[in-house]
Design a protein around this ligand. Structure first.
Ligand code: CS2
Length: 484
């Protein structure tokens, strides 16, 4: 079958070869390719020829290897209940594999045409402490980057070195655009990067604090990992072989704090001055539901989110969580109908065209729980309100990270803290009274306040006890009858 490439693709509305690199993007995974690259593709098609993207992978070469022979074009397959629609995206003009040549990436970040360095490196890619949002100064990659500043490994290490190099060359800094689901993502990344710069030299720290803009964003699009079945189906639909297409939903949303001193593309996003209400609503309703459902669903044997939603008791739990426990903590964004937002979310979760695996969402829970569940729990406790559903989500994470499923099989737990989680779980044994406090003792996740609040510790231990004794399915079925 003919391979997708600039020569064979007949549907691109512009010539990507004529566009300048205006953006360097760190972390060219499926999410970026389905989200920011899609918005940028529309800008290029509308004549915004200064804004092509040069991607970089900070770890693996697989995306570059798959895409380079197809001139970095790829198919975006968007689905809703009406079916799937395929489009070719041309915004990505190359991919550097950072570990192969760290200097090449720093040079790219120093191109005078580059005005923005954006990131989707996942929560753990910022080497921060999730409970406090500060740089983890003992992180092995940070220690490495301080010892070898011109050949960094971490995203903050690349940002700091490139900002320093641009300054030394008399070039203005780029704007740093975080597109990960971190709480207060602009401010958090600013804090982490400024601290790393300061550890290199106080003057560099001051320069970052004074001159680099870190606008916050709320990003939203569900993007499951691509499978071979997706590749085959998309090739059959388009008539062109694409080694790494991306599958997503029709829905997409992007809210951006409009602070770009060096200019920005005219993305069809929503530009606002205060991002916080948008971000909190999305992290707590969408991602909070996603994480809770992924742990409970995985334990109950559900492979996908659509499968979880087809289980009436689990779907009930998710609605209850949103309506009875999360909504009261939100400061609803302007012009937003939160009831309609929740209804749309449930429909998105049910999308039969997406095989979004519970195992994929369950990854990196230690980095996700604080902004998805724990902030909501803090607000509910402050207001003296019940947290049963939220506590069940946290308990399901605890049951999951023991690494042993309900049938005694192994769970492939992926998490930067997985060794610590496993060691604590093994020492405690499958006993809620020991396991809950053992895991709640990880201050980097839970801080020091939550483990000291008996309303929280009791709710989590009670839910965990039920998960251990009766299994996940019986536990959320019982939840439905006790929380009408
Ligand atoms: C998911 C998110 O994998 C996960 O943790 O919750 O990637 C989610 O699909 C996106 O944030 C949706 O915008």
């Amino acid at each position: 079958m003919t391979r997708l490439s600039l020569r064979t693709c007949k549907t691109l509305r512009y010539d990507p070869a004529l566009a300048d690199i205006g953006i360097v993007h760190l972390g060219v995974g499926a999410f970026h390719r389905a989200h920011m690259a899609d918005y940028t593709d529309a800008v290029l098609a509308n004549g915004g020829a200064r804004w092509a993207i040069l991607g970089a992978s900070l770890r693996a070469a697989d995306t570059r290897d798959a895409l380079q022979e197809q001139d970095f074009l790829y198919t975006l397959a968007e689905s809703d209940e009406q079916g799937e629609r395929c489009r070719v995206i041309g915004a990505l003009r190359g991919i550097l594999v950072a570990p192969e040549d760290p200097q090449a990436l720093i040079e790219a970040m120093c191109l005078p045409s580059v005005k923005i360095v954006s990131l989707t490196v996942t929560e753990k890619g910022y080497c921060h402490d999730p409970a406090t949002g500060t740089l983890n100064e003992q992180h092995p990659d940070i220690l490495h980057d301080l010892a070898n500043p011109d050949s960094p490994r971490s995203a903050p290490g690349y940002l700091v070195e490139a900002i320093r190099a641009r300054k030394a060359r008399g070039l203005p800094p780029f704007t740093v655009l975080c597109c990960d689901n971190l709480p207060a993502n602009g401010r958090t990344v600013a804090r982490v990067v400024t601290r790393l710069a300061e550890l290199r030299s106080p003057a560099l720290g001051n320069y970052v604090a004074e001159h680099v803009a870190f606008p916050a964003t709320m990003v939203d699009r569900i993007v499951p990992a691509t499978t071979d079945a997706d590749r085959a189906r998309i090739a059959a639909a388009t008539g062109l072989e694409d080694r790494w297409p991306v599958v997503t939903e029709r829905f997409t949303d992007w809210v951006i704090e409009d602070r770009f001193p060096q200019g920005r593309p005219d993305w069809a996003a929503r530009f606002v001055t205060d991002i916080a209400p948008f971000e909190t609503m999305k992290l707590r309703l969408l991602n909070g539901a996603h994480s809770s459902m992924s742990y409970l669903g995985y334990l109950a044997g559900h492979e996908t989110i659509a499968g979880c939603m087809a289980d009436a008791a689990l779907a009930y739990f998710v609605s209850h969580l949103m309506n009875a426990e999360v909504t009261s903590t939100l400061d609803v964004p302007p012009d937003t109908d939160v009831t309609a937002y929740k209804q749309a979310l449930l429909a998105r979760f049910r999308n039969p065209g997406l095989r979004h695996r519970t195992w994929q969402i369950a990854m990196d829970g230690s980095q996700k729980l604080p902004q998805r569940l724990l902030g909501t729990i803090r607000d509910r406790l402050k207001a003296g309100e019940p947290i049963d559903g939220l506590a069940l989500g946290v308990a399901a994470w605890m049951r999951y990270v023991t690494g042993v499923d309900e049938a005694g099989g192994a769970i492939d737990v992926r998490d930067p803290l997985k060794d610590e989680l496993r060691a604590r779980a093994d020492a405690a044994g499958l006993n809620a009274k020991a396991l809950a406090p053992a895991l709640l003792g990880i201050e980097r996740i839970f801080g020091s306040d939550l483990p000291a609040d008996p309303r929280f510790t009791t709710a989590v231990a009670t839910a965990l006890d039920s998960l251990i004794r009766h299994g996940s399915k019986k536990t959320y079925e019982r939840f439905r009858s006790t929380h009408p």
